[in-house]
Design a protein. Sequence first.
Length: 499
Amino acid sequence: MDLAQNISLGLGVAAGFDNLLFCFLGVLLGTLIGVLPGIGAVATMAMLLPLTFHLAPTTSLIMLAGIYYGAQYGGSTTAILVNLPGEANSVATTLDGYAMARRGRAGAALAIAAIASFFAGTVSTVLIAQFGPAMAALALKFGPVEYFSLMVLGLVCSMVLATGALHKAAVMILFGIFLGLAGTDANSPMPRLTFGIDAMADGMSFVAIAVGLFGLTEIILNLERDLTRVAAIPLRDLFPTRAELSESAMPIVRGTFLGSILGVLPGGGALLASFGAYALEKKLSRTPDRFGKGAIAGVAAPEAANNAGAQTSFIPLLTLGVPSNAIMAVMAGAMTIQGIIPGPQVMTEHAPLFWGMIASMWIGNLMLLVLNLPLVGLWVKLLQVPYRLMFPAILFFSAIGVYSIANQAFDVYLAVGAGVLGYVMAKLGFEPTPLVLGFILGPMMEENFKRAMLLAGGDPATFIDRPISAGLLLVSAALLAVMVLPSVKRTRAVALREE
């Protein structure tokens, strides 16, 4: 089928009543999560994984995707209104968005954020539809050797783009692989790394690990922070002026394409895109001194970049089977729960799911555009709810969700343990995302390594004899070598700084 037929198929799937309903619920919940700091899209998606088990695969993935890009938009609302980014990707928006709000232009900033997000979402959806099949066709040429090398590259990229020290990211990746390999060996009946715990015979629950590392850790951290709500600034005018629209046009375009490219990268691609777009606009501006004081381009570019990056991050997962960040790792977990193996086979064996998800991205962005500007007042009210009333409910529903997967109390204990571990990691400057990617990719790497060695008769030279594999490993080695250079380490520290 050509592109038009595929998009038509996707629109037909996405327009089904159940899919429309759960797409709406996803973007609405995602916006709510983005508005309320301290919860996060990853934790919310992880908590809702048990629910997806009872939904059709396409419906569940459409809902989870809606939560993801809804959270990107919701984070910008609080970043602009009260200088409180609900998501890390919205930190760059606070620099000029809140300054505009203080000058009485909060409505214009919110409108530009909505327009930028919708434009970026539309363009990135077209890019996924256009280039997704080509990447899937390339992936079909991959064997176990190439997949192993690709996953090595993915882990190296996630380590390079992780915030914090490089060696800490490497430790997290190795620890994640260690946790992922716990359970019964696929090639023998012998348990490994289970420490005599029968509940670990099938491995550690990904849902429990994700809920603990992202949900419970955030709760613990937030309880020691001052999350006092700031009074909202009244909105004077909702719509931007013609001059503001004109000044925002090219920053939106540049932010969209920068975000589309960087979003594909494993690790913090979308976060890097928002800061990169902001830095680019400040560099190109004839009046760079206006940035930080309410420049409309300082809102338009990062908002376009983070929304575009959020959507193109689906490309590696859906076409290569490699999650590019923690949220995509949760999506991979949801697909696995439904019996779907992420990778190029998704497009051929589950075409309605693939194209339905792509079409739902555009529909979801349209819903965000129509819904969120009228709901600004509601989000401001929610910001004034004390956190001490919110976190008990989050804990309660997290425990129910984790337990309902396998009806094992051990999974709840595992989630609590992961939450405490995540808290200690945060205090020591270790980022959880590389650990989650290692947890997901570790077993897949082991399986592909075993297959590659069997096919090669035990000869490890097969990884450098095959051109694609050799190229991927060479890029991985080059990245690691370059990162050791002092000048690159300093540049990386500045580029990935979130504050």
